[in-house]
Design a protein around this ligand. Structure first.
Ligand code: MN
Length: 291
């Protein structure tokens, strides 16, 4: 198993200078840096920038993975064809960029939009059916680019298409592509699943990616989630994907607002303190998971 961390832990905006964070996460003990696709429309849009980023990751022995929450204007489950077309156009633009970066996992609520706007109409049945049909089309692009799309199962406050691993599995089985799989996140699972270990075992070989975070989104080991049980379940399914911690501990900026962090979760949010927590946490999960 590979251990990673989401770049957004250190920043207030989704895009950042990834060449700064790649050697940092290597030094802290990680194998993987997850980046936001938002950066690929802004700071990393030229061929040269993409080539340099890939080279930097290779030079440091770091694998890259990608995450994304589509906006409500680019939503694969929308009844508005223009909004679906924008989503397809976005992914058709992004997936070849991921291929150029040697990124093979893109995870998130890709089947819908994020953050959830509860004032918009929600018809779970019809929206899910549209998401399945459009994800079938998108899966062909993903297959061509060698990218697996992780359907991230989100908690009820952030998504309505799939809230449990069971719902995620039903969705991917309906899509029926080797490049569309389930992705779980311990923060969301803690709200929705009866039992964390059972959910991971249920996902089994269909689990392509995993986010780690405590119940208040601190780094693993600082809260009360059952890490022993989670590790046992990952061993039971012989999980070989990446486990990427996705801590959010700072208020402020677009990230603080979209994640809904209204206070600093830890007393010291200096870069040194964040680094220390990340280093301690990756040692903790490697020890507890033993994978
Ligand atoms: Mn997540």
């Amino acid at each position: 198993m590979k251990y990673g961390i989401y770049n957004a832990y250190w920043t207030h905006e989704w895009s950042a200078n990834y060449e700064y964070y790649i050697p940092k996460v290597k030094n802290l003990g990680f194998d993987v840096l997850e980046i936001s696709c938002a950066a690929l429309t802004q700071d990393y849009s030229s061929e040269e920038k993409l080539r340099d980023l890939r080279q930097c990751a290779e030079d440091n022995g770091i694998l890259l993975t990608a995450g994304y929450g589509p906006t409500k204007e680019q939503n694969l489950c929308s009844a508005d064809e223009g909004i679906v077309d924008r989503a397809m156009a976005f992914f058709r633009m992004i997936l070849p960029k991921l291929q150029k970066l040697d990124i093979h996992i893109l995870g998130g609520g890709l089947y819908s939009y994020w953050p959830l706007d509860p004032t918009l109409p929600m018809d779970k049945e019809k929206d899910t059916e549209r998401a399945i049909q459009n994800m079938k089309r998108l899966s062909r692009v993903a297959e061509d680019c060698g990218v697996v799309l992780g359907m991230e199962v989100l908690n009820r406050f952030e998504g309505y298409i799939m809230n449990t691993c069971r719902e995620g599995l039903d969705f991917i089985h309906a899509v029926d592509s080797p490049n569309v799989k389930v992705m779980l996140d311990t923060f969301h699972m803690n709200i929705e699943e009866d039992n964390m270990g059972a959910a991971i075992r249920l996902a089994g070989k269909d689990l392509c990616h995993l986010h780690l975070g405590e119940q208040n989104r601190q780094v693993p080991g600082k809260g009360s989630l059952p890490w022993q049980e989670i590790g046992q379940a990952l061993r039971d399914i012989h999980y070989e994907g990446a486990a990427v911690m996705e801590p959010f501990v700072m208020k402020g900026g677009t990230i603080g607002s979209e994640i809904k962090v209204w206070r600093n979760i830890i007393p010291d949010i200096s870069e040194e303190a964040l680094d220390r927590d990340a280093k301690g946490s990756v040692e903790f999960v490697r020890h507890v998971f033993g994978l």
